[in-house]
Structures are given as C-alpha cells and as structure tokens.
Design a protein around this ligand. Sequence first.
Ligand code: SF4
Length: 626
Amino acid sequence: MTTDLWPQVERLLRESGRSIERPTRYLNHEWGCTYKPDAAYRFCMVYPDTYELGQANQAVRILCNRVNLVEGMAAERAYVPADDMADAMRAAGIPAFSMESCAPIAEFDAVGITLPHELAATNVLQLLDLAGIPLRTENRTENDPLVMGGGPCVLNAEPYAPFFDVLMLGEGEEVLPELLRMHRDMLAQGVSRADMLHAMAKVPGVYVPSLYDVVSEAEAQERGSWIVPKYDDIPTVIEKRIWEGFATSDAYEPQVVPYAELIHDRLNIEILRGCTRGCRFCQAGMMYRPVRERSADNIVAAAIRGLSETGYDEVSLTSLSTTDHSQIEDILRRLNRTFEGTGISVSIPSQRLDSFGVDMAELVAGGKRGGLTFAPEAGTQRLRDVINKNVTEEDLFTAVRASFEAGWRRCKLYFMIGLPTETDDDIKGIASLVQRAYDVAKQATPEGQRGNIRMSASCALFVPKAQTPFQWDGQIAPEEAIRRINLLRNSVKYRAIDIHWHAPDVSQVEAMMSRGGREVADVVEAAWRKGEHFDAWTEKFSLDAWKEACAECGVDFEGTAQRTYDTDYIPPWAHLSLGIQTRYFQRERQLADEAKTTPDCTYEHCTVCGVCMGLGSKIQLQGVRS
Ligand code: SF4
C-alpha cells in the first residue's frame, strides 16, 4: 500500500494562494499518462529540473514507456519542485512526490535520475534531500530505494559517483528494464543490498561506483586507470549499451500532454539516432554511434498517430542531425502533403549547412517562416577544419541565400570561442563571415523587405568534454574569453547584426565538472550545501559558491577546467568506454593540429573509430546518403 500525498499537496496548493508559481507543475493525471496502481514493483523516473523542462525530455518519456510495458511494473515521473514549492513542502513536512500517484519518492523500489548536463548535479542532491533519501550510497540502508543514474554525464561519471548506487552507460531502453527485473527478483528473494549491487555490477553497461577504489593521479597514469575493482569478478572497463532494436522499433512514443506549458511543447518523433559527422568537440556525436535510421513509412505513420492522440499542432522530427536522414525529403514531402491546410507544422531542431538547399528551405516548416539557426561554429576555414566541422563558407552562403529567397527574414548563427588552436584571426573571421552572410541575405531579399532582416551571432565558450578528441584540451581563462568576445564585438561593423554571448562563469563550472574526478563529488555536495541548485538558471547560479566549495574541498577549480594534457594522459573516465578506441581520439586530435578533416562514415568509408567492431554493432541506413 503506497502513501497518497495528494490530499496534503492539494491543501498546500489551495492554501498557498498565488504564492506558489505555476501550480500546474504539480498536478497529476495529465492526458495520456500511464497509471498502474496495482503494480507490485514501482520505479520513479526523475528529471533533475522543473516540470517544464523535464516533461519535454525524450529520455524520460522513452524509459517510462519501456518500464510500463513490463508486466507488474509501474513507472512514474517526478521533477524537482521550484523553490517556492520546496519551501512550502518542507514547512508542511511533505516529501518529494511522484506525478502519477502523488506518492513519496522514497517509497518506490527504485529511483532513476537522468543526468542531462553538468549543471544538473546539485539538483540531484536537492531532489534526494527533499525525498528524504540519503545523499550518498554509503549511507543508504536496505529500506531505501535503489538510486540509479544514466544519461550524457555518465560519460564521466566520477563527479556523480558517490550519489548513485548504480549508473548505466549508453542507451537505456534494454538495460533499464533488465536491471529492474533483476532488482525485483532479488528483492523477492531477500538478497541484501550489498549482494544486489555486486550482482548488478556484472551486467554489461552497468557501473557500480562503490565497488571500485579510486587511486591517485600518479598511480592512475602508471596503471592506465583511476579505479581498482574491489572484486575480481567485476569489469575494469565498463562498455556502453546500444539498443540494436532502435531502427525497426515503432517511431511513435506515447506522449503525455501537460496542463502546463513546456519549453518544447509539441509532438516529438525521433527519426534517427547517432551522428558521425565527427565534430571533434561534440560529445553527443561520440556517444550515440553508430548511426541508425528509422524508415520513412514508420516516421510518417508515427507523426499521424501521435498528432491524433495528443492534439498537438506541431511535430518535430528530432535527432542530432535530422537533415542527414537518407529519406528526409520524402518524409517532409509526405508530411507536408498530409497536413496541408490543417494548420499543423513540421519542424526540425537545427539545420545542417551543407544539406540545406532550396528544396529543403521550401519543405521545412511548410508555409511558416520563423527563425532559422545554423552552426558554422568557427569563423575561418582553418578552424572549421581543426574541429572537423566539414562545412565551407559557401555552404553557409548557399543556405542563407536559399532561406531568404524562400521568405525567411531571421537567421541566427552559432559559434564557439576558445576552441583549440584559435587565434585572433579566427575571431575576426567570425565578424567577417557574419557580415558577408548578411550581405547575401540582403541580396536575396526584395528591396522593400530588407528592413525586416535580422541576423545574429551567438557565441558560447568552448567546454572540453570527456570522450571526445578534445578531452585533453584545457578551457581558456575567463579573462581571455572576455578579451576575445570584445575583439569580436569591435570587429563587427554592421549595426544590424546582433552579437550575443554567454558569460564564461557557467562554462567554467561545466568544464570543471566535465573533466574532474571523484573528488569533484565533494565539491558538488559542498556547493549544494551553500544553496546551489538550479545552476542552469542564470539568476540562481553563483560562481563564488562553486569556487568556495572547490577551495574547501581542496580541488583546483581553474586547473581542472583549464589544464591541457598530452594525449597519452589517462583521464578520470578512462574506465568508461563508448567503444571508441583511445587511439582514434588521439589520431583525431593530431589531425586537428594539422587542420585535416575526417569524413563522415555514413557518406564515405569507415574511419575505424572502433564502435562497430568493438560493440558488435553496425550503421543502419534506409537509403544512400548523398
Ligand atoms: S566503426 Fe566505422 S562505420 Fe562504425 S561508427 Fe565508427 S567510423 Fe562509423
């Protein structure tokens, strides 16, 4: 019998009047949610931010659906309450609760938390604390739920390691239900928590951090790994899991329709997984290899069914690189034809420069002409070759010309500052490139409409990410980042072009978290105890708190973010493998120095990254990419 907190939550929301913002964040039974009150085993899936962000997350949706398919098993969702609600809950003695049954999270058999980005780390602790679950695995008892984690941050799991009983590396569709079944059976058999963790550590793709000792930096360089297993029968290297069934599985993923407005409030259809363009800074591109496409028939049927079941009037065809799908033109044509005159629009999340021609400009978004975003990432051809972006300025001008001739009037260009080998000429190159793109847009726009042209350049500071060829490169110092941004602003002479940039403060913490070892977990807890959470929200973030936390824990904040290593340095995530060989990363880093590019294996030949051979997988395309 589970506790139903709804009477208390409802009273709290009623009595709080308007002092709690957006009460719809906490209302259960939205349209389309799955509720299995009779399930014997209960799993709570947590997104470590508020409802508006978490409900839009595809991983949460997919994993809940997978678990709910298991007989006798229920998956419910939970999010981090905003501060106004968290304060009111603490005052009223209400613990963090799930959406579907409004039950205390601590009462579930297992809790899964996705780790989407580094700044969510303190929210994990905020949620565990509100739930009344001990923050660290070492303090949990037989009565506490199993706390599991997954998602991109597990590529360097060490800063999160002490907070999780079990971490999953790679795609969770198969491994999560597999682990939960195992947990259910072991609970029924009365197996102790320690023995369960030991058994789970032998499951491929599963990392149980408490079963490994961490050695010093010097010893790690000697041994080739920062961890030593406490048992002989658990792996020294944990390899990621791939869901081989992706390409042939139904593209329609049942989706809850919220009461509250979300950040991306529309139907999402994942049309392909993986991207092998090989951008050397891109962690997602390394994480989801190899590329697997779903068929056009599957995607079109999923969009039609999804729109009718949810009532949305927009469908987004999601992936890391949607315009690379070998049948994308066919898919867009069929969807546009099907939805013509209905007011339904079809969107794609971002546009590849080299595959965005006149045809694509006409097909995307049907008749609507919102803003377009392109990501040249660097201002000169030399630096684009260094990062393996594999697009030319002519690709950019062709895409801008096609889109402005097709009626678009707004265009945003994304760049990174501080990429390895960047010089002042590369910064000035951004200004030159954006100005010339503006000239192209002007020529492609009828004279009377030129006043409507909006072009902007958005710049983010490069964050070196684990499991990429640039994992050994340090981030530039914040003062240097500001100097380069000012150089860019002074180099842009067109007043009609807006330059936006992200303050380097947040990026420094991202870099420290991305590259740090297990010692950084103490920093996360110290920062949370200083009040840090919702760090991704500018108004909540405090760089000083993070720096103080580092100082208290004896962690070199600047050094962790900024130090550059030789490519034979063993990083703290060396025991977590995506199947990509270290020598591939090393070779790619060397080619970056030589400004030489590597082709995409879905367009040309295999470049031997190691995933297909190492993990027994293969590229799955629906046609020939050209
Ligand atoms: S092993 Fe070859 S084909 Fe497979 S993802 Fe890597 S580069 Fe592509």
